[in-house]
Design a protein around this ligand. Structure first.
Ligand SMILES: *Cc1c(COP(=O)(O)O)cnc(C)c1O
Length: 429
């Protein structure tokens, strides 16, 4: 099939990027388990290395199985291209790498995955980059945080762990005014629930480890490019607009136009940072995405039912699910994630830290793991695990205080999930 905007999501999640194999006719995307590809002749090799011809050289840069997944993700997100990476965290570095430089900063939301807060507040400093964290519900604070050295604005569409929904339209209006790209981590929503590019995002990053693969078998990430940013509007993004010495002075934006970021991601990012997704992982992720919409519908349905029930339990102080009318983010569901608020939320227990530990240890169907977006239901006590490296203030700001348990609702029978939660909550009293 030819991929086109006329096809619906359910069709594209199966067909985008997946043509019958040209060599064998295999209908499913083969796992091209190869490191290198034979050049037709020396001229062909030279053209590939000069980026004058697109093709396969070496699997650190490109691989046909990974390329099918890249095309599928770009299509589902409404972007022009995508670069797959070895993890969600790798995707974040790959997204920032062409934009940042020593002394440059990213303005980031306080409501992020705990690992991202650590990556941004600690590790990126080793590159001379920095992050300024602000409350993205406070639009004046976001505006005020952007300065001459800001090279990106970063947030999550539905933020981990609390399921808070970011007003992407308002944030992209601010980043547009400042002439700065907006990067949206769309892991918790997936393109089935939210398409950040339609709300003005420049780049979309994912941990494919979560809902996209969907069953806890893979670590992977992707950066999707909207193709809409003018990298040459000023001299802030020289990696994309200025001559590249490693390619005889080629200018990525001038040469590749809307695909500049994607080509740079492969030709410089994967070539030199080497955060490559392997073809086996791409295969599992392609399999997962084929059923994405079905799974997300069930995650949302189950989360609505379970979160609504949890709110009524007397051991529970609060539930953060944005799908519930009680959530201050409920009014954003219709505009930002019209297919539902996802399957991730937190529950705050009246019994505090000790009750949380007892609750997590008493659950039987729910697994206590550092993952989310699996077919099976998962919990984690963020304050003692994923958000452990954060200060108490950072934990509270991220919605991961000591009395809070993060719940990732799977696609099991909701009555069984409720029964399990009920016995575990009663054990905390
Ligand atoms: C898990 C996660 C990441 C990191 O992804 P990895 O694949 O674990 O590296 C980033 N952002 C969000 C929202 C996540 O849930």
């Amino acid at each position: 099939m030819t991929d086109g905007p006329s096809y619906g999501f359910d069709t594209l999640q199966i067909h985008a990027g997946a043509r019958p194999d040209p060599a064998t006719g295999a209908r499913q995307v083969p796992i091209y388990q190869t490191t290198a590809y034979v050049f037709r002749d020396a001229d062909h090799a030279a053209a590939l290395f000069n980026l004058q011809e697109v093709g396969y050289i070496y699997s650190r840069l490109t691989n046909p199985t990974v390329a099918a997944l890249q095309e599928r993700m770009a299509t589902l997100e409404g972007g022009v291209g995508a670069v797959c990476c070895s993890s969600g965290h790798a995707a974040q570095i790959m997204a920032l790498f062409p934009l940042m430089g020593p002394g440059k900063n990213v303005v980031a939301s306080t409501r992020l995955y705990g690992g991202t807060i650590t990556q941004f507040s600690q590790t990126i400093k080793r590159f001379g980059w920095s992050a300024t964290f602000v409350d993205f519900d406070d639009l004046d604070a976001v505006k005020a945080a952007i300065n001459d050295d800001t090279r990106a604005v970063f947030c999550e569409s539905i933020a981990n762990p609390g399921g808070y929904i970011t007003d992407l339209d308002a944030i992209s209006a601010i980043s547009d005014d400042a002439g700065i790209p907006l990067i949206v981590d769309n892991t918790s929503a997936t393109p089935y629930l939210c398409r950040p590019i339609e709300h003005g995002a420049t780049l979309v990053v994912h941990s494919m480890t979560k809902y996209l693969t969907g069953n806890g078998t893979v670590t992977g990430g992707v950066v999707v490019d909207s193709g809409r940013f003018d990298w040459s509007a000023n001299d802030k993004f020289p990696s994309l607009s200025a001559p590249e010495p490693a390619y005889h002075g080629l200018k990525f934006h001038e040469t590749f136009g809307p695909l500049a970021f994607t080509f740079h991601g492969i030709a410089i990012g994967l070539r030199d940072l080497g955060m490559t997704l392997n073809p086996q992982a791409a295969h599992y992720t392609l399999m997962g995405i084929e059923t994405l919409s079905l799974r997300m519908q069930k995650h949302v349905e189950n989360a609505m039912e379970v979160a609504g029930w949890l709110e009524t339990h007397d051991a529970v102080e609060a539930v953060t699910y944005a799908g519930l009318p009680s959530s201050p983010y409920n009014h954003r569901v219709a505009s930002i994630c019209p297919n539902g608020a996802g399957g991730l939320f937190t529950v705050k227990l009246k019994g505090g830290y000790d009750a949380c530990v007892k609750f997590v240890d008493s659950l039987e169907i729910f697994s206590h793991v550092a993952n989310l977006g699996d077919t099976r239901s998962l919990v984690i006590h963020s304050a003692s695990t994923t958000h452990r490296q954060l200060t108490p203030e950072q934990q509270e700001a991220a919605g991961a205080g000591p009395s809070v348990v993060r719940i990732s609702i799977g696609i099991e029978d909701p009555a069984d999930l409720i029964a399990d939660l009920n016995q575990a909550l009663n054990a905390t009293k």
